[in-house]
Design a protein around this ligand. Sequence first.
Ligand code: ATP
Ligand code: MG
Length: 319
Amino acid sequence: MADLIEVESLSKRFGAIVAVDDVSFSVARGVVMGFLGPNGAGKSTTMRVITGYLPPTSGTARVLGKDIQRSPVEVKRSIGFLPEGAPLYGDMTVMAFLEFIARIRDVHGVRRQQRIQYSIERMGLEQVLYQRIETLSKGFKRRVGFAQAILHDPDVLILDEPTDGLDPNQKHHVRELIRELGKNKAIIISTHILEEVDAVCDRAVIIDRGRVVMNGTPSELHAKSRRYNSVVVRVKADVAPKAAKLLRGLPHVTAVESSAPVNGSVPLVVVPRDGRFIADEVGIAVRQNGIEVDEMHTQVVHLDEVFRQLTVGQEKPLR
Ligand SMILES: Nc1ncnc2c1ncn2[C@@H]1O[C@H](COP(=O)(O)OP(=O)(O)OP(=O)(O)O)[C@@H](O)[C@H]1O
Ligand SMILES: [Mg+2]
C-alpha cells in the first residue's frame, strides 16, 4: 500500500510571498516524521495545506491515497490536526469542547464516551474539565488541542509544535504518547526542539524558505555535521603542537582544531574525512608516538549545529 501521507511538488503562495516551494515527501504507517525549519520556513503552511485548511497554489497531497482537493471530506476524516496556538471556542468548557468535537467527528454511542475518556486520561485533563478553555494556562490549552486531535483515533496525525508550552513532565509524556501512537499511524510533528527528533522521530525533513533542504533519518542528520565522529584528544599544552601535527598527518583526518588550554591541557578536535570512524587510528597514533593523553572521547554532535549548518546564512541575525 502507498504511504499514508504523500506530498507532491506542493507550493503555496500568499501574494508575492512563496511560503512553500515545490515540497515533496511521504510518510508511511508506523513512521513519525519530524518537520523542522527556522521561523517562517513554511512548516505550518504545509501542515495547513495537507489538512485541507488552505488550498495549495500548485502541486498536491494525498492522505490514505485520497487527493486533498478532490476528496476533502474523507481526507479531513482520516486526520487529527493540532494547529499552532490555542484551540478555538475559548468560551466552551473542556468537556463541552470534547463532546462537540466527538459530535462533529461522528463519534457516537459507547465509543464516544470511551474516546472522550481516553483523550482526557492521556492528556491529563481531569482537573480542568469544567473550566472554560480561554481561562486555561498555555500548557493546558495545548493539551486540550492534543486531546481534540486524537479523539477520533485517526490514521494520520499532523501536530504543529505539539510540545510547545508544556512543562518538562508533560513534554516527556507527550513524546511517549507520540511514539506509542506512531506505531500504527503516520505522524508529522513540527518542532524547534532538536532533541525531540532523536527522542521520537524515525525521519526528519528540514525546510528552509519553503524548500526541503534535508530528508533522512535522525542518524543521517547527525552525519551531516562536519564534526560527526570527531575525536577529542586532550593533551598537555606543551605537546599540543606536536600532537596536532601528527594527527593532521593521519590518512583519514581532514582537520585538527585546537582551542585555549584549560588547566594546562589543550582539547584537540580531530575531524575525520567523510565522517569515518577514526577513534582507533587516533588512539594508535598517539600511543605509538608516546604522546601522553589526559582524556579522549568521541565528540557528541548536537543537532542544533547541523540545523544551523543547513539553514543559517540566509537569515539576518536578531539584534
Ligand atoms: N495567511 C498568510 N498570509 C500571508 N502570508 C502568510 C500567511 N500565512 C503564512 N504566511 C507567510 O508564509 C511564510 C511561512 O509561514 P509559516 O507559518 O508556514 O512558517 P513556520 O515554518 O510555521 O514558522 P514558525 O517556526 O515561526 O512557526 C512566512 O513568511 C509567513 O509570513
Ligand atoms: Mg509554524
